[in-house]
Write a protein that binds this ligand. Sequence first.
Ligand SMILES: Cc1cc2nc3c(=O)[nH]c(=O)nc-3n(C[C@H](O)[C@H](O)[C@H](O)COP(=O)(O)O)c2cc1C
Length: 337
Amino acid sequence: MTRLKTTYMGIELKNPLIIGACNLTLDIDVAKRMEDSGAAAIVFKSLFEEQINLESLQMEEDLSEYAERNAEMVSLFPSLEHAGPQEHLEKLSQLKASVDIPVIGSLNCINHSTWVNYAMEVEKTGVDALELNFYANPRDKNQSAESIEKEQLDIVKEIKSSVKIPVSVKLSFFYTNPLQLISQMDKLGVDGFVLFNRLFQPDIDTDKQDMYSPFNLSSAGDYKLPLRYAGLLYKQIKGDICSNTGILTGEDLVRVIMAGAQTAQVVSAVYKNKVPFIDTMLSVLDQWMEQNKYNSLDDFRGKVSKINTKDPYAYRRAQYVDLLMKPVEVMKRYPQV
Ligand SMILES: Cc1cc2nc3c(=O)[nH]c(=O)nc-3n(C[C@H](O)[C@H](O)[C@H](O)COP(=O)(O)O)c2cc1C
């Protein structure tokens, strides 16, 4: 599968499939199996500021308070109270030493100084790159969007001048204009953009009439938002686009690359179908390329991006407006309604 070779943030990869940050990457045996199945790189699960605070405070009983502050972290990682930052960094070094493929460290902090200090700590583990896991999950009605973005831009700027390894930013979709923020970060020299994180969302149990934390994975079709943004950003920024969320099949890989992605991060597909499915996804991509006579990813990357598509409306309009203009076509598609 040599035709699948690519680069990401200047790092050579054997193919575009990267395992995104998740609990699977904590287990070295699973990580090695993912490497054997073809994964081109692995993002180690994020080091969260709550872990750092917990270790320095050494107050595990405070976890419930942190749980309220950061539902995403505690719900996804219920055993985090036992993993402080030192243990996390040691595990990250161990992973780096155990696999031959590139390893990317991931960080999710709150305070400016913690972001910068731990970016340098993560770099010291010998990882190949650093991913900054940003999300603006609005909780304070008095905080302006501008102030959230300014803080994130300041953090990026300082981290970029503090570490030598490539830095990517993983964003949630919840910004008024993600394109503008991405463009500003791009100007600061961010090497890659992981678009987009799928944030944990709590749910309500109708029997218990209470909140609960589902282990929610992505669903078929969720790749369409990342696809849209890969298509919009292709050749518009210097940083590499790494599509993420809902890339569940080999065909989804083809789609996001055709829109303009350099690489893709995959998590739910592995949870749902087990580790050997990585090889299945890559084989589908490889066979599709063979059938279509493409010898490299660059031969079709961005072919259906905004700048290359022949349909002027494809990336400009919201889909429903477009469909509204063609009511007859819609009725033909859904004749049973
Ligand atoms: C169990 C689990 C743990 C995760 N942990 C992290 C994490 O530590 N840091 C992070 O940036 N994203 C984390 N994520 C989000 C994934 O990296 C990814 O962005 C998301 O699942 C969307 O990709 P997918 O559709 O391939 O699952 C986690 C996801 C899951 C399901």
